[in-house]
Unconditional design. Structure first.
Length: 318
């Protein structure tokens, strides 16, 4: 008897191909976004496993799935799962730590380069027939020699540090759990209090989970400590950085640029204060969204499904 799996995200042809590659022949996979309301109800009644990325799993969905054994996130973090409801039903929950670390790190560096060299803006201007060969050179920068402050030195933070060091930056980091002296030496990074990082960083990138203690960690008070020519990158969670405060800092020239891949409200709303800001790059939660990550996330999800069947401990379980 195979597992009855519901995949809650929009499923591309590539997604379905990877599902077919890693599931057992007797497993059945249902694609939530393609089901009618009645079909959704029927699938919930027989589902044994949920597989998600950013889809929100509520207590109502959990209650509607009496045979549910596993909620598996193909990604990192579980802030979109009602963990209390799952625990009450003794449903196991897991994510895939590190699965998208390289992908997120590469986009982080891409954001830095785009802001420093104004790539997006220059592309648009050139396509409009404007030849701005000299006008913006005084406002462009190299990464080399800059101080890169990294908030969070988990899987993503470490991959960002490796890539940033290749551009000859000086890296200061803050994390609730400091690395060992040997790890810091291997990565070529230094630990510092948050206040020092805010004051000294030319580049600040955020790679921490959303917890009560990290909500609005970067707000008006913290932004006031930063250099006027600093740039801010948020590829973690929207509510860690106060978007209204960042918009105000950008509009008042207190921050040189910012890039956001995650937002307090998703999908992004045009009423957001960031919508009309200068020197800002906004992307729709794609930092971990590569074909490579999709494949590995589905592979690891089905590996945990097999572990559930065998009564083994989950990888990435909580």
């Amino acid at each position: 008897m195979g597992e009855q799996v519901i995949y809650f995200e929009k499923a591309s042809d590539a997604t379905k191909a990877f599902m077919d590659q890693y599931k057992k022949q007797e497993d059945q996979v249902f694609y939530w976004q393609e089901l009618s309301e009645q079909e959704q109800k029927s699938c919930l009644e027989k589902a044994t496993c949920f597989v998600i990325a950013t889809f929100k799993i509520t207590s109502e969905l959990i209650k509607a799935a009496p045979k549910l054994k596993l909620i598996q996130r193909a990604g990192i973090g579980l802030d979109n799962v009602d963990l209390k409801a799952a625990q009450e039903r003794r449903i196991q929950v897991a994510n895939t730590p590190g699965v998208n670390a390289v992908s997120v790190a590469e986009l982080t560096i891409g954001f830095i380069l785009s802001l420093y060299r104004k790539i997006n803006f220059m592309n648009e201007a050139t396509q409009e027939g404007k030849w701005l060969m000299w006008e913006y050179r005084p406002f462009m920068h190299e990464m080399s020699g800059k101080v890169h402050g990294i908030l969070g030195m988990g899987n993503v933070g470490r991959e960002v540090a490796k890539r940033s060091k290749a551009f000859n930056t000086q890296i200061l980091y803050y994390d609730a759990y400091r690395l060992s002296a040997e790890q810091e030496q291997d990565l070529g990074i230094g630990f510092a209090p948050l206040e020092r990082i805010l004051k000294e960083s030319d580049i600040l990138s955020v790679h921490i989970p959303l917890l009560e203690e990290t909500r609005n960690l970067i707000s008006e008070k913290e932004l006031a400590l930063m250099k006027k020519n600093a740039i801010l990158i948020n590829v973690a969670r929207g509510n860690i950085v106060d978007e209204k405060a960042v918009a105000k800092a950008l509009q008042e020239g207190m921050l040189a640029g910012a890039a956001f891949d995650t937002f307090a409200i998703e999908p992004f709303e045009l009423s957001s204060p960031l919508a009309d800001c200068p020197n800002v790059i906004l992307t729709p939660h794609i930092a971990g969204g590569t074909l490579d990550v999709l494949k590995e996330g589905i592979k690891r999800s089905f590996e945990n499904i097999r572990r559930i069947e065998k009564g083994e401990s989950l990888v990435g379980g909580v």
